[in-house]
Design a protein around this ligand. Structure first.
Ligand SMILES: [Fe+2]
Length: 398
């Protein structure tokens, strides 16, 4: 038996935000960050004022969401008792809202309310709080608006640690995809977040847990991202915004999240998460490159699936091997076109730092769920070799 979990509604396209003014919310709790509050909050405020909804704004979400900020938000939720939580921002904001909700619903459990979550356990969040979750992503990348898991940082102790948790009930009731919100995205974030979405599409499609339903979302998302990412990037160079292209990227990021949330990610994310944690490299800066490494590592084991992705974007080849090689070099070219660093060195990691952290990095990678569902098994020795190559930017040859 398998399970494919989806949001109840996806509202998309031009003026999608107007959907808010068709709701009957009485009190809305908006989770956001200081930048979004300043840049675009007025767009949703206008819609909520039109229905006379009371609004409480929690705009303290940092770039790396913490358990402590989630706890603060949960306490405020208990005071406010909203009938809708609106997560308005990027992945950190949506991840924070996913933590606040179960903590609000079970205050007696403290941190255990989220840390002890079981993906399929019954939380009865909606019944307990009489509230729903509405996600409004402002970047086109994480897919966090339709996934059910998240990672939060606990910085209360001397050594910072990451706490990951998830439950299927955390998939939003409604996700609203309005491309206008991506208008102010800087060029490097269009590239980085778009590559994150591309990596979700590729990883979810190659994952050992992929299935007929996730395949449908992922292969089309991959095609949309491939066709539109460089266009949006180059347009942004000249300050141009084509909303049709932005809409395709915005939709594709959610479709990728929808797909991989119901299959899994693979080696590219295990690499990205581990170097991100140890060397403080932003996910959007490294994930495209680690995705390229995951394709090289999996090319013999998953050539049939990689070839299907290659065919979806119109590549031609006489064999699966040929198509696989074409896609791998295509991804490398894409990284170059998007001005992405191709090695840990180019990402700013020194040899000293690498040597002092590599054992921790490998431990993180081995424990990452992306290792578990990778098509080609990967062990300690494999990681030693992969990270050595990644440090220098050399292609994999084993
Ligand atoms: Fe990601």
């Amino acid at each position: 038996m398998w399970d494919f979990t989806s949001p109840r509604k996806v509202i998309f396209g031009e003026d999608a935000l107007e959907y808010l003014s068709e709701q009957s919310f009485k009190h809305v709790f908006v989770v956001t960050d200081p930048v979004m509050r300043k840049l675009h909050f007025h767009l949703i405020e206008k819609q909520l004022k039109a229905i006379n909804a009371e609004i409480t704004v929690f705009d303290e979400v940092p770039g790396e969401p913490t358990l402590q900020i989630v706890e603060k938000g949960a306490k405020l939720l208990a005071e406010v008792n909203p009938d809708a939580i609106i997560a308005f921002g990027g992945g950190s904001v949506m991840d924070s809202a996913k933590g606040m909700w179960p903590m609000w619903a079970s205050p007696q459990d403290g941190m255990d309310a989220i840390e002890g979550l079981d993906p399929f356990g019954k939380l009865n969040l909606r019944e307990k709080t009489s509230c729903i979750l509405v996600n409004i992503p402002t970047t086109s990348g994480t897919g966090a608006d339709v996934t059910w898991s998240t990672v939060l940082t606990d910085n209360s102790a001397e050594t910072e640690r990451k706490a990951s948790f998830g439950n299927r009930e955390l998939v939003a009731d409604i996700t609203i995809l309005d491309p206008i919100l991506t208008k102010t995205l800087p060029r490097h974030l269009i590239a980085g977040t778009g590559l994150d979405a591309l990596s979700h599409a590729i990883g979810g499609y190659l994952s050992t847990w992929s299935n007929d339903f996730s395949d449908a979302f992922l292969i089309h998302a991959f095609k949309l991202l491939w066709e539109n990412l460089t266009l949006a990037y180059h347009q942004a160079e000249s300050g141009e915004v084509d909303f049709e292209i932005r809409e395709k990227l915005h939709n594709a990021a959610t479709m990728s999240g929808w797909g991989f949330g119901n299959s899994q990610i693979i080696l590219g994310h295990a690499l990205g998460h581990s170097i991100g944690a140890a060397f403080k490299i932003p996910h959007s800066k490294c994930i495209g490159t680690t995705c390229w490494y995951s394709l090289m590592y999996n090319k013999n084991t998953a050539s049939n699936r990689i070839a299907e992705l290659a065919r979806a974007i119109g590549l031609n080849g006489n064999s699966e091997e040929e198509l696989t090689e074409q896609l791998i070099s295509g991804v490398k070219d894409l990284l170059g076109e998007l001005d992405m660093p191709l090695s840990l060195q180019e990402m700013g990691v020194t040899k000293e730092k690498y040597d002092s952290e590599i054992e921790t990095v490998i431990e993180y990678a081995l424990n990452d769920s992306g290792t578990l569902s990778n098509p080609r098994p990967v062990d300690y020795e494999d990681y030693v070799k992969i990270f050595e190559k990644l440090f220098l930017g050399n292609e994999l040859d084993f």
